[in-house]
Each structure stands twice: as C-alpha cells, then as structure tokens.
Design a protein around this ligand. Structure first.
Ligand code: C5P
Length: 240
C-alpha cells in the first residue's frame, strides 16, 4: 500500500529517461501519459522497461472491445507494467482488455501487466456529468464504475483520493486504487490545477494503493529529495 509513482509529464524522452534514472530507487515506478507517448512512441516505454523500471502506460483506452483488446496487446509488447482503459467503455470492453493482457503476456512469457480503469475524470463536475446524460451523483457514478471494473476482472481503478475510501469499501481490500491529486505535507502547498487534493499520508489512510505525483517532484529544484520526502511519508503511514 502507498507506493509512489512519478508522473513523467516532461517535454522530451531524454528528460524522461534522465528523471527515471535519477529517481529509480526512490519511487515504485513512472507514469507515461499521452503527451510523451505521442511524441516518443513505444521505444521510450521499451527502453525504461528494459532498464527494469516499472512503467504505468496511462493512455486511457476507450473504443470498441476488439480495438481496445488490440491496443492492450500492443501495450503488453512494450513491457508496460500497468495499463489503463476508461470504465465508461463498459464491462465487455474491460473484459476484452483484461483477456488481451493475460493472453498476450502468456504468449510472450512475461508477467501480465496490471489493467486498471479510469472512473470519472477529476476534471468532470456535476454539470458535465448531467450534460452527458448521467443522473447519478458524481460519487455514485465513480463507485458504480469501479464496481463494474471489478466485475470485469480488472485489477483496480484510478480515482481522486477523495473517492478512495468509498471505492475501497465497495470493492474490497485487494482492489487497487491509484490516486493522483496528491498535495500538501511533503508534496508541498502548491496545488497547480489540482482542486480535489489530499496529502500523501491522508491518501494512504483512505486506502490508496499507489500515489501518482507529478509536479511536486518533477518541478522541484531537487526531484530526488522531493520524491524521497513523499516516499517516506507514504511508507511511514502505510506501516503505521
Ligand atoms: O503534477 P501532478 O501531481 O498534478 O500530476 C498528476 C498526474 O496524474 C498527471 O499526469 C495527470 O494527468 C494525472 N491525472 C490526474 N487526475 C486524474 C487522472 C490523471 O491528475 N483524474
């Protein structure tokens, strides 16, 4: 519980590799999103994975089940340790993703990547949810989608730390909850554009399995010291 993943939201593959190397023994893994992946392609993921670095490939697949299965198959070939899809794609789409991850990993003789789902993006508010035709409350929608992900056989979800306790209580202790939006205490007071935040210790207490932290580490004058401080807070709380 409470492992730290650093979001490599940087402008180039060279900077991403430099940071990943500098931080490799103080973080549990790195997250690569669509910006860096679109720029650098699978070679970056392959290079980091070949160096033994755990890569969460955050591409949030959302398409028809067959296409998502093929995308997951490609993601497994990069050596990614964790991949994700949108839970709102539905149970058959998530089942196709889980099956593709297991079958491809089996075929390649490598460990199956964790497959998790995005529930409701933290940029979505109650009005947006209503505009897209969802009448449930935001929290209800998040927990419903998390439960669908669990039913489909996925390993967990990405969610705001404020939703973590509700997901944990519906989906049980083994379901992974990966939380961005970590601010405060060792993660610093600067919120950037994050609104619904929690400190590292609070997130672990709420039941977070992995905390994803970007700017408080990558924009720090000493990224390694920043990651160490956050890691210490996570570990101390998880062990408490
Ligand atoms: O810099 P910061 O710590 O805010 O980075 C958080 C990372 O988590 C970013 O890569 C952001 O895109 C991602 N993320 C998020 N909120 C979500 C899903 C992903 O902040 N709901």
């Amino acid at each position: 519980m409470g492992e730290l993943l650093v979001a490599l939201d940087v402008e180039s593959g060279a900077r991403a590799r430099q940071l990943a190397t500098e931080l490799r023994d103080v973080v549990g893994g790195v997250k690569i999103g669509s910006r860096l992946f679109t720029l650098e392609g699978p070679a970056l993921v392959q290079a980091l994975a070949a160096d033994g670095i755990k890569v969460f490939l955050d591409l949030k697949f959302h398409d028809i089940p067959n296409t998502v299965a093929q995308a997951v198959e490609s993601a497994v070939q990069t050596g990614a340790w964790m991949v994700n899809v949108h839970a709102s794609g539905g149970v058959p789409m998530m089942q196709a993703a889980a099956r593709a991850a297991a079958e491809t990993a089996d075929k390649l003789g490598r460990p199956r990547p964790l497959v998790i789902a995005v529930t409701v993006l933290t940029s979505t508010d109650a009005d947006t949810l209503q505009q897209v035709g969802v009448s449930r409350t935001l929290m209800d929608q998040v927990v419903t989608l998390a439960d669908m992900a669990r039913t489909a056989g996925l390993d967990g979800v990405v969610a705001s730390p404020l939703e973590t306790a509700a997901i944990r209580s519906r989906c049980g202790p083994d379901f992974l909850v990966v939380t961005p939006g970590i601010r405060g205490a060792s993660a610093g007071a600067e919120k950037n554009d994050q609104h619904r935040t929690m400190g590292p210790a609070e997130a672990v207490r709420a039941g977070s399995s992995y905390s994803v932290v970007g700017r408080p580490i990558i924009a720090a004058s000493d990224p390694r010291a920043a990651a160490e401080a956050i890691g210490r807070e996570l570990t101390a709380t998880a062990g408490a």
